[in-house]
Design a protein around this ligand. Structure first.
Ligand code: ATP
Ligand code: MG
Length: 389
């Protein structure tokens, strides 16, 4: 039987003027994600997207790609048949019979997007349900709590039957929510933070602060690997690598030890903001979580936040480590994040950092530095790499 894939997307955004914008961007993102697999027709109709791969394309590969496209709510393989009730019955038996027999109970639901079809939805359900019941030994109808729901959809193009939905990423399609700059370290948290904001439709760029030779080339490779994992969800990420050693040494040699981390973080934020603006990004994203470390107390966040003048998104702020790890695993970043290469922050960490810093005191401590000069030099040394999946 000929198979197609039906993609459904969220309903909420679909109301009002946003709808065509949302749909066109999702359509474009799906086409882009499937492009390298071969000839695949992607069309939209009646609040769904239909994907029709040519015979040479492996349908499992298509599904694996679709599972990563943000904005896709569910993915369904469906059998296609003629729009007459006998053909639909046979298709339902052939396509869903085995699944039903595995778990025995089922019900049929029908959607009639083509109102010209002679039978109404309840009649379709009755006809198809009766046919399945008589032809599947041991199958039972259970309308309240069935193990299988056989769906029949009658659309303008033809009829489809299916019974299993695969969950997609959900979220809003990338490109509907602007662009933001992710401060990407080599740890567990920041890739998760980037993924969460991307799910709100936001394109990502990434910035990493690199302190060679205190952090090794392998630490840099790790950050590139993490950006690559993220690029499975957010195609094409520009990763900006900032040489940070000179700034860290200047801070270490001239500022009080217990202020080191916060001053360093203020530099990171300022540089990130400038690189963001230069690249059309309108917000910063960090993986900070309230209370996780000394630099993530409320007072410390105020100190780092107060140097920038653009929104800073911290999607992990109220999350526990276990919740963060769960998402990290889900997006396939965890195994890379826990590789043991040092991060630039861990190398210069003070033994007793302040936990309730005052902004004025930190400003006084950093004022001995040639801040503007240091920032400009770091920005001039930025290396930018385009990362693709
Ligand atoms: P992560 O697990 O993301 O490394 P963390 O818990 O180790 O986070 P910090 O090291 O305090 O926390 O960093 C807080 C946030 O600052 C990170 O989530 C990331 O967004 C940003 N950050 C830290 N180090 C770097 C770096 N070297 N380059 C870019 N961003 C960084
Ligand atoms: Mg870190």
């Amino acid at each position: 039987m000929k198979e197609i894939i039906l993609v459904k997307y969220g309903e909420i955004i679909l109301k009002g003027l946003n709808r065509p914008v949302f749909e066109n961007i999702l359509l474009k993102n799906i086409r882009e994600a499937l492009k390298s697999l071969g000839e695949i027709e992607v069309t939209r109709a009646q609040a769904a997207i239909f994907i029709d791969p040519s015979e040479s394309v492996d349908i499992d590969d298509v599904i694996e790609r679709l599972k990563k496209v943000i904005g896709v709510l569910s993915i369904t393989r469906a059998g296609v048949c003629e729009k007459n009730i006998d053909a639909i019955k046979k298709a339902a038996l052939e396509y869903c019979g085995e699944d039903i027999l595995e778990e025995k109970t089922f019900k049929v639901e029908a959607k009639r997007a083509d109102k010209k079809f002679p039978l109404k939805s309840p009649e379709i359900c009755r006809e198809v349900g009766g046919y399945l019941f008589h032809n599947l030994d041991g199958a039972q109808v259970d309308v309240n709590n069935p193990s299988n729901v056989v769906m029949v959809e009658i659309r303008d193009f033809g009829a489809y039957v299916y019974c299993k939905k695969i969950a997609g990423q959900g979220g809003l399609p990338i490109g509907t929510g602007g662009r933001a700059m992710l401060l990407l370290s080599g740890g567990i948290d920041s890739p998760v933070a980037g993924y969460m904001i991307a799910k709100r439709g936001v394109e990502l760029e990434a910035i990493n602060f690199f302190s060679y030779p205190y952090t090794s080339e392998r630490a840099k490779e790790k950050v590139i690997s993490l950006a690559k994992i993220l690029s499975g969800y957010v195609p094409k990420i520009k990763l900006h690598i900032v040489p940070f050693t000179e700034i860290q040494l200047a801070i270490r040699d001239n500022c009080p030890e217990d202020h080191l981390t916060l001053i360093m973080r203020r530099f990171m934020m300022k540089i990130s903001e400038r690189v963001a603006r230069a690249n059309g990004a309108e917000a910063l994203i960090t993986g900070e979580s309230l209370g996780q470390v000394a630099s993530q107390t409320m007072q410390a966040l105020h100190v780092t936040n107060s140097v920038v003048d653009m929104p800073v998104f911290r999607p992990l702020i109220g999350m526990d480590k276990e919740e963060i790890v769960r998402i990290s695993r889900k997006i396939g970043a965890f195994e890379t994040s826990i590789l043991p290469y040092e991060d630039c922050c861990t190398v210069f960490t003070p033994k007793h950092p302040v936990t309730k810093p005052k902004v004025e005191k930190i400003i006084a401590s950093e004022s001995v530095l040639e801040i503007e000069e240091l920032i400009q030099k770091a920005i001039d040394g930025v290396e930018t790499i385009v990362i693709e999946p």
